[in-house]
Each structure stands twice: as C-alpha cells, then as structure tokens.
Design a protein around this ligand. Structure first.
Ligand SMILES: Cc1cc2nc3c(=O)[nH]c(=O)nc-3n(C[C@H](O)[C@H](O)[C@H](O)COP(=O)(O)OP(=O)(O)OC[C@H]3O[C@@H](n4cnc5c(N)ncnc54)[C@H](O)[C@@H]3O)c2cc1C
Length: 396
C-alpha cells in the first residue's frame, strides 16, 4: 500500500531555480515539497564559477540569452532583477566582488549562496526530500497532479519542473524535465551542449599540442556572433571564456575566425616598424607580441628569419592575415561531460513568460535551464534561474 501525502506545491529539482521558487511559494504560506534524486541540494551551485559561484551580473539584457523566442526572458528578468538578488546577498552578508564584464562572484565559496537559499527555505517551512526516485506523474481529475515515488504517492495543486539541463551527468543531470514536457504534449526544442570547449581534428591536435596551457586574449567570430576574451589552448583543442561564449553559437562543421592580436593592427605595426628602419628579424618582432612557441606554427621559417625591411607589402599583408584571421574548424565540442549549460529545452511558446505555467496544462510549470533560455557566460544562467523561479513562486 502506498502512503499518501498532499501538499500545495511540488517542485522537482533542488537546484538554483527550484530553491528560489520554493522560497517564494513558501513565503506565501503554500505547503511546498522539493524533490530531488541527488543526495545533496544545489550541487551545480557548489561547483559553479570555479567554486565561487558567478551568481549574477551588473548588466543583464535579453541580448545575453539564446532562445528560439528571444523576447521570452524579458518579463521574468525585469520582474526579478540582479538588484533583487543582490538584496538577498546583502541581507545574508555574503562577501562578494566584481570581476571584468560586471560578473559578480562570492569572495569565499559558492556554499554561501547555497546556504542562503537553504536558510530561506527553512524560514519559509519548505520541505526538501533528497534521493527521491520519481516513478511517474499523473494529472488528477480535479486540478492537480500525483507524483508517485517508491512507496509513496504525493498529490499537489501545482507541479514545478526545475530539473535543469543535461550538462555534467555525473552530478545528476537527467532529461527527466524534457520527458515530463513530452508526456503533456509540450514541444521541446532540440538540445545541445553550450558554454563548452572545442576539440580539434587529429592534425590540428598534433600541430597545436605544444601550446597546451597557453592563454591569450583574442576575438572569435562566426557569421552570427563575436566575442573578445581569453582563449586557452588545451591538450584536446581550445577552451577559455571566449571559446565557451562562441560555442553556444557554433554549429557542427562550421569554421571560426580567430584574431590572435585583437588589440593591435599588425599590418600597420609592421609598416610603421619598416618606416622606422627597424632591422630586427620578424621572428623577434612577433615574439614581443605573442608567445614564442606560438609564432612558428603560423608562419614558415623563411619569412620568420627575414628582417623587417626585407618584407614585401604582400608578405606583410599575409603575415597580418595569419594572426588576425586564423580560421579553425573544430572537430566537435567536449559535449555534456564538461558543458556548463544546455541549449534548447522546453519551448517558450508553450509557457507563459509571466508565470512559467504551461499554456495548455493548468498547474504545470517549467523554470530554469530546462526551458529554452540559455545565458552567456557571466552569471546570466543563474540570473535566469533566480528570475524564472521567483516568477513561478508568486503564483504556484
Ligand atoms: C561547471 C559549471 C559551472 C557553472 N558556473 C556558473 C556560473 O558561475 N554562473 C552561472 O550563471 N551559471 C553557471 N553554471 C550554470 C548554472 O549552474 C545552471 O544554469 C543553473 O544551475 C540552472 O539552474 P536549474 O535550477 O535550472 O538547474 P540545476 O541547478 O541544475 O538543478 C536541477 C536539479 O534537478 C535535479 N534533477 C535532475 N533530474 C532529476 C530527476 N530525474 N529527479 C529528481 N531530480 C532531478 C538535479 O539533481 C538538480 O539538483 C555552471 C554550470 C556548470 C555545470
């Protein structure tokens, strides 16, 4: 015999969005139960931002998000803003700091963010049940749902799906949220890994292996986007913030153009050095601008050994092009194993941008990364999780 329980709200997923939604619903005196199959709440929060959680950004715009419906995120982001989240941070006296591009991080540990959320959950009398294995979900005849766990049926009026994306399966990411959407005939936009390093084809992997560990600022572009930040050569390919950013805009088989000297016009610099009658060898000239081990991979020896006055105008153009327009065709991304986010997800056209409720299924809500809203690197994914969770929390 199953043991039966009734609550107002069940939230599946004790991650960033689920906990925020739980706090808000709990504050409204709703009885809230959060179910998670993991043995701990908020595992992704703990591993985020290199352990310091980049919890939001000073500037949050719709342009910082990818979605099939680019307007969808605007309502939630304007109702629960970065300033609202910062107010919580201040109320809990969490020491934090700003890094470049307005990114806000904890000074000490991401655990401060999780502790804040769990404390607020406690204050709002939210119950969190971990290691909860959900067998199935049924829609009740009277409005509401029954969630069946091993040995227990729990019914609720509102069911919130906050199961996140597919990245980092080893800490508990599953496609469960997409399956729930499909069960209720809600469209799911095809998913793919985002904010993820690239791997090289064998030939490039061998050629650039010597650069593994080297970081340098560059601009990466494709036909749709361009970012300037640090690139990191790895033993598999390329990573670093600039690579993660463009990866969300990359499609299989596509070439990327990389400017390895984004803050300099190399052609002008070479012409100027020629005019000044600088007799240094090109190799030496370039090694003042770029790592010594990188330069020979981009130009043949005969050119590198030339002195600047010996270079023809055509050669100078060629040299500049080699460093300003390096074209790379990645083999693939590293996939969900290392991706920070999942692109695609529950189709925004099927849910309300104000409440996150499914248009056709009363009482069913989708929040956070499971929805087809994906932020850039820089705290935007958490801000979406907080904002969408907060919005649902006002109505569930
Ligand atoms: C390494 C890494 C670093 C990151 N750093 C940042 C950062 O610094 N800043 C930023 O903005 N974003 C960052 N992100 C992205 C951010 O963590 C996510 O976008 C955010 O956590 C999404 O919140 P969510 O509530 O939708 O999902 P999650 O926080 O992933 O929570 C989903 C929850 O659902 C549970 N769940 C899944 N399947 C089931 C199931 N079948 N049954 C029960 N429970 C289930 C999971 O156990 C999990 O607890 C990072 C991501 C990674 C992987």
């Amino acid at each position: 015999m199953s043991n039966r329980l009734e609550v107002d709200v069940i939230i599946i997923g004790a991650g960033a969005s689920g906990l925020m939604c739980a706090i808000e619903a709990g504050k409204r005196q709703r009885t809230v139960l959060v179910l998670d199959h993991a043995n701990k709440a908020g595992k992704k929060i703990l591993m985020s931002g290199g352990g310091r959680c980049n919890f939001t950004n000073y500037t949050v715009e719709a342009e910082n998000y990818l979605s099939e419906n680019v307007h969808f995120c605007k309502s939630a982001l304007s109702r629960f803003t970065q300033w609202d989240f910062l107010e919580m941070i201040h109320a809990h006296s969490i020491p934090h700091h700003e890094r470049e591009h307005g990114q806000l991080f904890c000074n000490e540990t991401a655990r401060d963010i999780l502790n804040m959320l769990l404390t607020e959950c406690d204050r709002a009398s939210v119950r969190i049940q971990l290691q909860a294995e959900i067998k199935d979900i049924r829609q009740n005849k009277q409005p509401g749902f029954t969630v069946r766990l091993k040995g227990q049926d729990i019914s609720c009026q509102s069911l919130v799906v906050a199961t996140g994306g597919l990245s980092i399966p080893k800490i508990g990411a599953t496609p469960f949220g997409y399956k729930i959407a499909e069960q209720f005939n809600i469209n799911v936009i095809a998913t793919r890994a985002g904010l993820v390093p690239f791997t090289f084809h064998v030939q490039d992997k061998q050629k650039f292996a010597i650069l593994s560990g080297l970081a340098l600022p560059c601009t990466i572009s494709n036909a749709r986007q361009s970012f300037t930040e640090n690139l990191l050569f790895t033993h598999r390919g390329i990573s670093g913030p600039v690579v993660l950013q463009i990866s969300s805009y990359w499609r299989e088989g596509e070439e990327l153009t990389i400017d390895l000297l984004p803050h300099l016009d190399l052609q002008q610099a070479l012409l100027k050095a020629q005019q000044e009658n600088n007799k240094v060898k090109l190799k030496k000239f370039l090694s003042q601008l770029l790592a010594k081990r990188l330069v020979p991979l981009f130009l043949p020896d005969n050119i590198l050994e030339s002195t600047l006055p010996d270079l023809s105008h055509k050669q100078i153009q060629f040299i500049a092009q080699q460093f300003h327009e390096w074209t790379v065709k990645p083999n693939a991304t590293e996939g969900y194993r290392t991706a920070e986010v999942t692109l695609g997800g529950v189709d925004c056209h099927a849910i309300s941008s104000k409440t996150m409720q499914a248009n056709q299924v009363k009482g069913l809500y989708f929040i956070g990364e499971v929805v087809d809203v994906t932020g850039w690197l820089g705290g935007f994914n958490f801000q979406w999780a907080w904002a969408s969770g907060w919005c649902a929390g006002q109505v569930v």
